[in-house]
Each structure stands twice: as structure tokens, then as C-alpha cells.
Design a protein around this ligand. Sequence first.
Ligand code: STL
Length: 387
Amino acid sequence: MGEEVIKESDVHQRTIQKIKLQVLGSKSCFPSKNTGFKYSPLLSHCMDIDNKLTLIKRNTAEITTEAELIALLKENKTPSVYLGTAITGKPHIGYFVWGLKLADFLKAGFRVVVLLADLHGALDNTPWELLEKRYQYYELVIRGMFDALGVSTSKLEIVKGSSFQLSKEYIHDLLKMATFASVHDAKKASSEVVKQSDNPKLSGLIYPLMQALDEEYLKVDIQYGGIDQRKILMFAREYLPKIGYKPRIELMTPLIPGLIGEKMSASKEDSKIDLLETKESIKSKVSKAYCPEAIAEQNGVLAFASNVIMAMKQDKDEKLMIKRPVKFGGDISFSGAKELEHAYLSKQLHPMDLKNAVIDEVNALLEPIRKKMEGKGSLIKEAYPQK
Ligand code: STL
């Protein structure tokens, strides 16, 4: 009775605040001022296991298993994690969600690997002749995204799938796993990730086997992916041990809705904003987006504002400023996702004002990526010839 009810998200926020205080108040951790909450390798030494766990767990949908994660953090070594993305369509702003989570892992002292899975792209119907150019495009744009996040890419390993997936050992293990995995299980595993058709190719069945092997060959403790990867991650957990390798921890974050109220997908133009979208096009797509007043479900504009914009602002101790005419309540600012969501759901913030703020924020966020791609017009044309 009378006790303050503390929500899990508040606990996370308080822990982050506590970490910031610990770190900023400690000379041994931060020799210089003005570091904000950046990704100092020293930072992880100052964090105890509880704080690391809180950071890693924030905004996750599932961890299989949390007990294994805790045990990993307790082992006194540098743990490692990887996220894979297949070279398919074009990277979009949904990638910022995993970029932020990888930044959390870096802060917690992990070795972080980003796998750019070119062969998986081909297995999922990216034309073979475009694969190399698309890979080059992905690599540049994803480096630009980490610039935008303030994460130095020197702290990450960016690995090309085909650089190790064609080794004798890997192919041997792939064939070995194929003698254990049933067609039924491989089909089920890839059903939400690989494009489906009436006459499915064999490649879609090879895809999950290779993704499982990647965990072993990248020598990581954790595979991280969106919750849409769940079946494939569970397949990896089941099948790696069958060929004598240890199962890895699988960690998933929720997907944010696209702009037209469905899953953000590379194949639906209006549902997503490319990492190289122009200012005019961002304005047009966000203006048209599904963003009903006071409703959070399927609201991609609010979801991006909460999960990406507010998360980044909060880590930098900044507020989101929204400009409004005096007749609509005047300028308003928000310190965190919860504050923003509360104002939106209680109609203190109108969709139009949220959209305008998101247009400006996304535009500013993508600027470092545009810079990175300056003078790369011919690469873009070769990677995406029809456009
Ligand atoms: C997609 C979309 C997406 C993630 C992936 C693919 C992941 C692919 C992958 C491939 C190999 C791995 C791990 C992940 O080892 O959001 O089309």
C-alpha cells in the first residue's frame, strides 16, 4: 500500500542513469570530461554484472536463455555477439534498432561482429551478378549508420559471409548438418525469413543450416536478431549440438512497424525509409504514414521516435524538442520514450507535430550516411541497376 510501482522500463532507465553517474563521477573510468555516454572501452570495466545485464536486456523480446547469459557475464572474459543481415534489397532505417542494440553490447564490453551475409542474400534470390556490388553498398551504408549512431566502426568487426563460408571445413559441416536436419525442420526454420513462392528452391533449405554454422565459425557466444528470426535461431540451437558444437545464446529484439502499419520490409517501398532516402522523399513518406492520433499499435512513426530517436537522445542526455505554433500549445520537449508516448497517447501531442519532428530528426540522422556515399553514384547504379 502506498508503495511506488516501478515499471520494468523505469528500472532500465534508472540503471542507465546509475551507470552514467558511476562512470562520469569516476576519474579512473573517464579521464576526460565531455564524454557523454559514449562507447569507451573503459566503460565496461566500471559496470557490474547487473548493470551489464540490464543494458543488454533493455528492449529485448526474448533471450534463450537468460540463465546462460548471466553465466556468460559471470565468466571473466570478453564475451562476443554477432548480428547477421543478408545482402538483399536496400538497408532501411529499421537497421537503427539493431545498431543501437549492438552499441549496448559494446558498452557492456562485448566483442561485436556484424555479418554481411552475401551468400545468404543469393540463397534468398539476390541475383548472383549483383551480389558483390550490393555487398559493397551494404558495407558503406552500414558503416555510415554506425557513424550516425556515434559508434566507431573500429570497435566492430564487419565480416563478409563468403570470406569463411566456402572453406572446406565449413562445407563439410554444412553437408554433415544436412544429414541430421529434416526437410520439415529446415522449411519451418526459414519460413519467416526466406521469400516464399509456389515452387520453392532448395536454397531456402540450405539457408538456416548455414546460419546455424555461422554461430560456430564466427566463434561467438550469442547470436542476436529480430524476433522474425526466432524459428531460425531455435533451429541453430537445436542443430549445432547434433554435429558436436555447443548451442549459442539467442537474443531477439521486437520489430518496429513500417510506415504503412505493417512490418517494415525491404520489399514495400512506402513502408520504409532507405538509409539513403532524400529529404523530400522522407517528408513525403512520413507525411503519408499511418499515424492515428493517440494510438500506438502499428504506428511506425511513434515506434521509430520511441525506439530509436528517444533512445539516442537519452543516451546523450538530450531532449527531443518539438516546435509548435503557440495556438497549438507552443514548443514542447521530451526527455525519454515514456514521456513522448504518454503525451501522444493522451492527445497532448498531435500526429502532425510528431511527424514533423520525425521528418527533421530522420533527415539529420541520415546525413552522415549521405556523406559516406558521396561520389558513389556509379556503385549505387551497378548495385541497383533498374532504379
Ligand atoms: C534478412 C533480413 C534480416 C535479417 C537477415 C536476413 C539475417 C540473415 C542472416 C544470415 C546469416 C546469419 C545470420 C543472419 O548467420 O532482417 O533478409
